[in-house]
Design a protein around this ligand. Structure first.
Ligand code: NAD
Length: 421
């Protein structure tokens, strides 16, 4: 593969666009509307000055891409990483539009990112970066415009800073301006676990189709952050057999099953999975190729590519991360009969509970955790069934079916609204 082809395969926007094109063509969307749906509404680039602890001034680059407001305000995560690119944010923003439409919640898609390296920054520096970024894009944010949430390397604390900065400018507290914030600031019970729980709900639905039992389903999880650690814990508690877990530092593999509680405690204490004694040590990429029934990539994008897709031994792939599989890898997995629960379905439990959080903030009335979990489960089970039905009706794989379902819903709203001016 040439360097150009390789970088194209790894482009999150190109991956989204390749799937979009197949789905839009199958739906027979006319060319002008198709081009509109494929293109983001708005891309914001900011260069933010931040005073560092050592007295120097540094400039950080940040992005916010708003893909669509056809079905409601934009919704999407904010990530911090040294390798954030506009291409990635653009692709992920569009994926958020499709994800919200798959689970039929009234949002469009957005995504934000700042190029920075969180482990090398102090809390004070991270707070100043977050506040200045928020202030720079403030006119484009708000409960009715665009509602950020945590993503890679951001968390409840980050959302508290975004909410506070937004509120200071508005001169009153606006809890509905972000989701994934602490419960005591208008967060929702169940949000922290929601993405991982949603992955398990879709895994359960897939198991029912195959007639598999949880206890005999061997699971490997890549990533042990917000999504991966919660998915591993909940699935372990529900009776799945977790045989491999890795984060960026590597991980652990044990065919007899991993003590997930022990692994959580180890990670809390050591901030890494490296060195955990409950199995053999294994590399972060290597773990994807181990023998298992269910593989749950929950770390980062483009980890399953044309280079390693033929080595994946799992029969079921549940995508906790966004865009973990590239389009050429899709084809390889499809040919090999791997059942894929695509990211815009599998990890939509997070945005679904974010929607509940936004609703609760607007109501000023907070729901018990069992209500949050059961409503999320209901939506995820329904979305799984609708994607599977769409796939059967149109004779396409689950990913294209999910895209078709989503694009159809968004296109319908645009047709009803018409094009302004
Ligand atoms: P996080 O920062 O909390 O955790 C990321 C984890 O992945 C860490 O354990 C890290 O060590 C590991 N990791 C990173 N790069 C890796 C690599 N190359 N190989 C192996 N492990 C690696 O992030 P998160 O919030 O858990 O998000 C993970 C993925 O899920 C991202 O793709 C994100 O966009 C997606 N996602 C997150 C949410 C959410 O609610 N947080 C919702 C939907 C989708």
């Amino acid at each position: 593969m040439s360097v150009e082809e390789k970088s194209k395969e790894h482009s999150v926007y190109e991956s989204m666009a390749a799937r979009y094109d197949v789905a839009a063509r199958k739906l027979g969307i006319d060319e002008g509307l198709s081009q509109y749906l494929r293109t983001p509404n708005r891309e914001i680039i900011v260069h933010i000055p931040v005073s560092m602890d050592n007295g120097t001034l540094r400039v950080f680059d940040g992005y916010r891409v708003q893909h669509s407001i056809a079905r409601g305000p934009c919704k999407g995560g904010l990530r911090y990483a040294p390798d954030v690119t506009l291409d990635e944010i653009r692709g992920l923003a569009a994926e958020m539009t499709w994800k919200c439409a798959v689970v039929n919640i009234p949002f469009g898609g957005a995504k934000g990112g700042i190029i920075c390296d969180p482990p090398k920054l102090s809390m004070g520096e991270l707070e100043r970066i977050t506040r200045r970024y928020t202030a720079e894009i403030l006119d484009y944010l708000g409960p009715d415009r665009d509602v950020p949430a945590p993503d890679m390397n951001t968390n409840e604390q980050t959302m508290a800073w975004v909410m506070d900065t937004y509120s200071m400018h508005k001169r009153h507290t606006v809890t509905g301006s972000v989701t994934g914030k602490p419960y005591s600031l208008g967060g929702s019970l169940g949000r922290r676990e929601a993405t991982g729980r949603g992955c398990m709900v879709t895994a359960d639905e897939a198991l029912k189709r195959f007639g598999w039992q949880r206890a005999s389903t061997r699971v490997i999880v890549q990533g042990f952050g917000n999504v991966g650690s919660q998915a591993a814990r909940l699935m372990h508690e529900a009776g799945y057999k977790i045989i491999g877990v890795a984060d960026i530092s590597g991980g652990v593999f044990n065919t007899s099953g991993i003590d997930i509680r022990g692994l959580w405690d180890y990670k809390e204490k050591n901030k890494t999975l490296k060195g955990f004694a409950g199995g053999e040590a294994i590399g972060a990429q290597e773990i994807l190729e181990q023998d298992c029934d269910l593989l749950l990539p929950a770390a980062t994008e483009s980890v399953i590519t044309s280079k390693n897709a033929h080595k994946v031994k799992a029969k079921l792939l549940v995508e906790g991360a966004n865009s973990p599989t590239t389009p050429p890898a899709d084809d390889i997995l499809f040919d090999r009969g791997v059942f894929v629960v695509p990211d815009i379905l599998a990890n939509a439990g997070g945005v679904t509970v974010s929607y509940f959080e936004w609703v609760q903030d607007r109501q000023g009335y907070f729901w018990p955790e069992d209500i949050v979990n059961s409503r999320m489960t209901h939506i995820m089970v329904d979305a799984f069934a609708q994607v599977a039905k769409f796939g059967e009706k149109h004779n396409v794989n689950n990913r294209i079916a999910a895209y078709m379902l989503a694009i159809d819903r968004v296109a319908y709203c645009i047709k009803l609204r018409g094009i302004y001016a």
